[in-house]
Write a protein that binds this ligand. Sequence first.
Ligand code: 5RP
Length: 228
Amino acid sequence: MSYEKEKQLVAEEAVKLIKSGMIIGLGSGSTSAFFIKALKERIQNESLNISCVATSLLSKELVTGFIPLIEESLRNEIDITFDGADLIDLKTFHLIKGGGGALLREKIVAARSKQNIVLVDSSKLASPLEGFPVAIEIVRFGYESTVLRINELGYSGHVRHKDGKAVLSDNDNYIFDIVFNGPIKDPQKHHSRLKNLLGVIETGFFLETATKVYIGYPDGKFEIKERP
Ligand code: 5RP
């Protein structure tokens, strides 16, 4: 089974957690897109009464006109959020997110959610976390000075570009991808150091949020793990 099929499998399993009346958080990326598709099908077939908030403009586009959206001020608590990840360490439930550049909204939604369900294919498992750049959302104004401060702490990487242009997050900020050579042994330490830097808005380390993870495997099976 391909990674795409694994994503679809966990999305179709996890959508069974949804009950009528819930407020749902919808993540970003290809796994979340499978989830949104499965959710739309359930809503159509079962006339579920739910409302949602999306963690990216792209995900919002996928649900607009199909699922009522709640106020983005997040006055209301979210019952359950479903999102993908770039890496997960199943021993600690630490995640790396931000491959799609939506880390800030994803973290704000996760923090307002009673439950956070992470949906991953088997390529995302890494204990300790290793092998994927860690996205940092930084303010555009003075960004070269922010990059210098990041470099002074010993981190290297690059401002994310696409088609020759710097990528803008949904919040109009830049994304700086830090490349770690080797395993990330103390993500909490890296998160705290980076988060304290002037010009840094948020890091792609999601250390406290995940409550449950659905993992797809190449043999067509899936596994559900609860936070240790
Ligand atoms: C976006 C994210 C995504 O959840 C992460 O990149 C996983 O993406 P995909 O489901 O396409 O593999 O953090 O900011």
